[in-house]
Design a protein around this ligand. Structure first.
Ligand code: GLY
Length: 395
């Protein structure tokens, strides 16, 4: 066995003997390499879609993008990726593209048929307004928040998720992600009641969707006359009592954001409980299976989207929690997940995929988007990189 002193001496000699080009390479971190690859992929995607009619959503089996119209729930993520890439690179190619692709969504501010307006408009116009504040973006966002509020039912205390299906008043855990827009609008000239709706929605979701062990139900159906719970179940997860990984990630992210905006400690406690469950059930390589309770594990698919969302959320939650042990556990988990995504097989480098990340699962029980690249995984991956870099400079 060699002593640690000898080991470091040998390592130093090896570094000196390395060819200069190898030494230069070794100083580039995996995050920077993954970012350079992601920048190349995103630029190529922009250049491949000059007509700007539809937006990339997920990849086909040959790796090319399947595209969707602006009404699709995922439409905000592509402009969102462009904003995030502009933020991290300062490359004006991405600024111009972000501005052009954001405008593709303008009519959605009046879309009364979906709860996903937060995903769609907050990740496009909202990101734009954060980075390049302007009155036009602000007006669109305020109108969007009003449109979203039309789905609020005071008896249930929540905004309606799906306007389709066999339920009376379905609310899915994903809907926590739409609250940020309501909080923002209330603070930026919109109706103050929008924040009350957001708090009400968050508190009801906290009691109905989050289980005692910190795992979450995907969907809860409510009675519109009494406001009572009719049924708790899954649609996109493995089973009604399982823990769908992306739903769990939405919960960690959504309750963290609700705490940031409201400072209601009940949201912080819920963000911590859902985060603790997520981290405790991660496999050794830090990228979750698509459902934490799938009985096919370990022979089942991973979901990079859940890892990216949770990593980004934990970079924020570690700065908000007052529990120092949790803060370091959350930062470590956020980094572990991000670093795992920065290299193959999760980074799409060396594959036919036109995206940044590979191995996401959209809707496995529905048989769609299984083990492909998905645009929202890329969006939260870029957000996690931005937050990681901010955490490095804040030290
Ligand atoms: N909001 C839908 C999903 O997460 O798949």
């Amino acid at each position: 066995m060699i002593s640690s002193k000898t080991f470091f001496f040998l390592a130093a000699v090896a570094a000196c003997l390395m060819a200069p080009h190898m030494r230069a390479q070794s100083t580039v971190s995996p995050v920077e390499k993954a970012l350079a690859f992601s920048q190349k992929q995103l630029k190529a995607t922009v250049l491949s879609m000059p007509d700007m009619l539809k937006l990339p959503r997920s990849t086909k089996s040959n790796g090319s993008w399947d595209t969707v119209p602006p009404e699709d729930w995922t439409s905000g993520f592509f402009p969102g990726c462009l904003w995030k890439m502009y933020e991290v690179s300062k490359d004006t190619f991405f600024l111009g593209a972000a501005q052009r692709w954001t405008e593709v969504l303008e009519a959605q501010q009046y879309n009364l048929t979906t709860h996903d307006l937060g995903f769609m408009l907050n990740d496009s116009y909202g990101e734009g307004n954060r980075l390049v504040p302007n009155e036009h973006y602000k007006r669109v966002l305020l109108q969007t928040a009003q449109t979203l509020a039309s789905r609020f039912n005071p008896r249930v205390g929540c905004t309606l998720s799906w306007s389709f299906g066999r339920w009376q008043f379905p609310v899915i855990i994903d809907n926590m992600m739409n609250l940020e827009l309501l909080f923002w609008a209330a603070k930026n000239g919109g109706d103050p009641k929008l924040a009350e709706m957001a708090v009400s929605h968050g508190l009801r979701t906290m009691t109905t969707h989050v289980r005692a062990d910190g795992s979450t139900y995907h969907l809860v159906d409510f009675d519109t006359l009494t406001g009572n719970v009719l049924k708790k179940q899954t649609v996109q997860g493995f089973a009604d009592e399982s823990a769908w990984a992306r739903g769990q990630a939405w919960a960690v992210y959504g309750f963290t954001a609700a705490y940031r905006e409201s400072r209601d400690v009940r949201f912080l406690a819920t963000a911590e409980r859902t985060a603790d469950f997520f981290i405790k059930h991660l496999p050794a390589d830090h990228v979750p299976y698509w459902d934490f309770r799938s009985t096919a594990i370990p022979n089942d698919h991973r979901d990079v989207s859940a890892a990216a969302i949770a990593s980004s959320a934990l970079f924020e939650l570690c700065t908000l929690t007052t529990d120092t042990k949790r803060a370091s556990a959350y930062l470590a988990a956020a980094k572990n997940m991000l670093f795992a995504l920065c290299v193959p097989p999760y980074l799409a480098e060396g594959t036919a995929s036109k995206a940044m990340l590979n191995h996401a699962v959209g809707h496995k029980p529905g048989g769609t988007e299984i083990d492909v690249s998905i645009i929202y995984a890329d969006y939260y991956f870029l957000e996690a990189i931005n937050r990681f870099k901010a955490s490095q400079t804040a030290r």
